[in-house]
Design a binder for this molecule. Structure first.
Ligand SMILES: Nc1nc2c(c(=O)[nH]1)N[C@H]1C(S)=C(S)[C@@H](COP(=O)(O)OP(=O)(O)OC[C@H]3O[C@@H](n4cnc5c(N)ncnc54)[C@H](O)[C@@H]3O)O[C@H]1N2
Ligand code: MOO
Length: 406
């Protein structure tokens, strides 16, 4: 039970989480495009065709041979129409043009388009104004050449990337399986919202917090009944969950209290990878494996849950899926000052705003206690204050982890 690293630096603990996650990468599955949004791609995608697939018109207008133009206005004979979606077998002769719609293949011989609004008609003649050769032509392969690597395994499937796959004609993609996740809260003091509160009790707020954070990251977590402060019941519930889920999150009961049973259970029936990280909030964080599950014991204070999920929980969720793209962090200038005396890395709840000069500012909330959920609700980012004593003044450049932007 004592044979594990403890009291780690934040970066050391993150490295352990990344290493364990990589060793337990989830298998892949093939999903239809419509179901692949937000997933992590498991296999590179190469272009099986050029994009655009053929030279075509960018505008509704007239297609012609640029060499035919002379002077301000050139009358050209309208010999037909070329609509989008039809192959068309036009071959333009000298002095000829065809009506064309946006996206329609460029007729053979044509090399330039005049837009409809700029062309006057005179019977079967179109009066084409002077312009540059190639105007309004979209060339085959100018966006994507056939055979090019377009998407890489490990990338997040954003709507634009799924749409790019669709434009190549792919109807499905190989993606990483999403981890299944169980969420436990624990503590005899907790009461379900909606129920009456007796003296000494509080409402369970962590369940909604953690369920929401996981759902926002694309998971479909299962909330288990709350764990009582009873070692046998904690053991039964966690062992049960560990053989059914990829991820098990617990909140509370991981520090030094007499009723903090989770470390003992995980130590006896699983393997503890680390316990206690030099961060604030979130210091008593515990990371273990049991049966088929990776288990993250988050400290019970609500803001500790937020901070440890956004750092370690999310790294685990991403790592299991082989996500290669790091979550975006920002740099912003400090509003006011910070005078930190403790040695841990601190994650302070903060607001973000950009000024008229385009400078991003981060305004820390003074309510730093890890029970002060309101500050988290009124903020949109965690501001990182590095390890060790820190005296930072107005305008200092801070690292920021956004969690609720837009
Ligand atoms: N002697 C020590 N005491 C404490 C230490 C320590 O190292 N030595 N660590 C402190 C730190 S830091 C934190 S954080 C907390 C974490 O403790 P636990 O993870 O064991 O959590 P609990 O004691 O069960 O709960 C802490 C706090 O959070 C409230 N809580 C718990 N679950 C929920 C929930 N689902 N919804 C709302 N609020 C919840 C709980 O009532 C407590 O107030 O320990 C410090 N103590
Ligand atoms: O560091 Mo604890 O996680 O005070 O809240």
């Amino acid at each position: 039970m004592t044979d594990f690293p403890t009291g780690l630096l934040f970066e050391e603990a993150m490295a352990i989480v990344a290493e364990v996650a990589a060793a337990h990468r989830l298998d892949s599955e093939t999903l239809s495009l419509g179901r692949s949004h937000g997933r992590i791609l498991a296999r590179d995608v190469d272009a099986g065709l050029p994009l655009p697939p053929f030279d075509n018109s960018a505008m509704d207008g007239y297609a012609f041979r640029h060499a035919d133009l002379s002077g301000e206005l050139t009358p050209l004979q309208i010999v037909g129409e070329q609509f989008a979606g039809l192959a068309g077998d036009w071959r333009l002769g000298p002095g000829e043009c065809v009506r064309i719609t946006t996206g329609a293949p460029l007729p053979a011989g044509a090399d330039t388009i005049a837009i409809k609004e700029n062309v006057r008609l005179d019977g079967e003649l179109a009066l084409i104004p002077a312009c540059q050769r190639g105007h309004h032509v979209r060339y085959a392969g100018e966006d994507v050449r056939e055979g090019e690597r377009l998407l890489q395994a490990g990338q997040v499937l954003t709507p634009a990337r799924v749409s790019l796959a669709a434009s190549l004609g792919l109807s499905s993609l190989e993606v990483r399986r999403r981890p299944t996740a169980a969420v436990f809260t624990s503590g005899d003091e907790l009461v379900e919202p909606g129920m009456p509160l007796r003296p000494g009790q509080i409402y369970d707020s962590n369940r909604e917090l953690l369920m929401g954070l996981l759902r926002a990251d694309g998971l479909e977590p299962t909330a288990w009944p709350r764990l009582p402060d009873d070692p046998r019941q904690v053991e039964i519930a966690l062992r049960d969950a560990a053989c059914a889920f990829d991820l098990v999150f617990t909140c509370g009961a991981v520090s030094a209290g007499e009723k903090d049973h989770i470390p003992a259970v995980l130590g006896e029936f699983g393997r503890i990878h680390l316990w206690k990280v030099r961060m604030r909030p979130g210091m008593p964080l515990l990371f273990a494996s049991m049966d088929q599950a990776r288990m993250l014991g988050l400290p019970g204070n609500p803001v500790s849950v937020l901070a440890t999920y956004l750092t370690f929980g999310r790294a685990l969720v991403d790592g299991l899926q082989g996500r290669s793209e790091p979550r975006p962090t920002l740099r912003a200038r400090l509003v006011g000052g910070i005078d930190k005396t403790h040695p841990r890395r601190e994650f302070v709840r903060a607001r973000l705003r950009s000024d008229d000069a385009g400078v991003l500012w981060v305004d820390p909330n003074p309510a730093t206690g890890s029970h002060r959920l309101r500050a988290a609700a009124e903020s949109e980012a965690l501001m990182v204050v590095p390890e060790g004593p820190q005296q930072l003044g107005e305008g200092a450049v801070m690292e920021v982890w956004p969690y609720a932007l837009g």
